[in-house]
Design a protein around this ligand. Sequence first.
Ligand SMILES: C[S@@+](CC[C@H](N)C(=O)[O-])C[C@H]1O[C@@H](n2cnc3c(N)ncnc32)[C@H](O)[C@@H]1O
Length: 363
Amino acid sequence: MMLFHKTAFATAHLIRESSHTARDWLRKVRRAVRNFCFTPSISRAGNLKVPLGVLLEVVRHAPWRCRIRLFQRLFPSPSVLFPPAPAEVCEFKSLANFESGYTHLAAMLGLAGKTPPPSELEFLRSVVNRQIQYPGTIGISDYFFLTAFVSILAPKHVVEIGTLTGFSAAIIAAALRHQHGKDSESWVDTIDVLSKCLIDETRPTGFEIAESFPQLASMIRLHIPHNSTVVSELAKRDELEIVFIDADHRHPSPLLDLLRLAPYITSRGWIVLHDIQLGTIGRKAIEAGQRLSLGAPYGAEWLFDSWPFGKIRGGNIGAVQLPNDRSALIPFALRLMSVPFEITDHAAPTAWHALYQSFAELV
Ligand SMILES: C[S@@+](CC[C@H](N)C(=O)[O-])C[C@H]1O[C@@H](n2cnc3c(N)ncnc32)[C@H](O)[C@@H]1O
């Protein structure tokens, strides 16, 4: 009887062991197949090799009119993958150094000699001294950087993704007003996925515009609830010189917003990105015992750090420049998409789909 028990136990153990081995083996095979079909790799020459699964997915998601062009962009020759570029640096540490920072940034942007109008400095002083500062809005050195960027390039029209209270939209509008004057036709389109403000659901998104900047309200057009797809109704192709992205910071959302906006930005136009150090800063804070309700997403940081074209860092804010050929964004995006997503699992398939769809407008 005893012997029977021992044998039965040993057999059960053997079956369990072999089923574990089989399961591990199957997992390995599945991972290898997934890597082979879906994970881009880099050749010795530094080119991105696009696997068949990805190629088919990209082409499948594109409208018929773009499929051949997309296919030719990715096959048979491997796509050139540029390595991350070093960033130029221009930080605005205080109002006292705003003018020197502005001159420095103007030279970087090819407009050496441009200086800020006195009314801009006055406005910034009033903003620094304001009584109420809502959480989640950009900080002092960030709005100095954003002001200088918009003021130097002085476009007529700027698009922003991520309104919240409307503070940064007002900052952009003020920079346009100080360049073009009160009666000029210049404006900001600001887009937010929520109608009720994320930090205070009793108030509408963008409430701070009327509350703190009523003189700029006529220059700011609010688009809620919308996401970055609405830009196709707000701008023409190749129109925008600057856009500002400060929405969902979880990878790959900043990349998706950038790819959706890219067709509407001029070649060599600029995308200002907020929170390009949020992952690193947030991680350190969490390790030091702080609780961050929104975690420490790296989406904007990875996008900025891996950007292979022109870029300027201003602390936790930075700007990346579009290349002449927008289709060069596709191999860059595919590479970044191989980094695990930070968005929730159920949102990931929608994000993949949207990313692949965005490629069609880049060729
Ligand atoms: C960090 S806050 C923006 C702060 C604002 N730029 C400022 O400094 O005044 C992020 C905002 O993005 C919005 N948001 C989140 N995901 C979005 C998406 N996919 N599209 C558009 N807006 C989004 C949120 O509702 C929130 O209001």
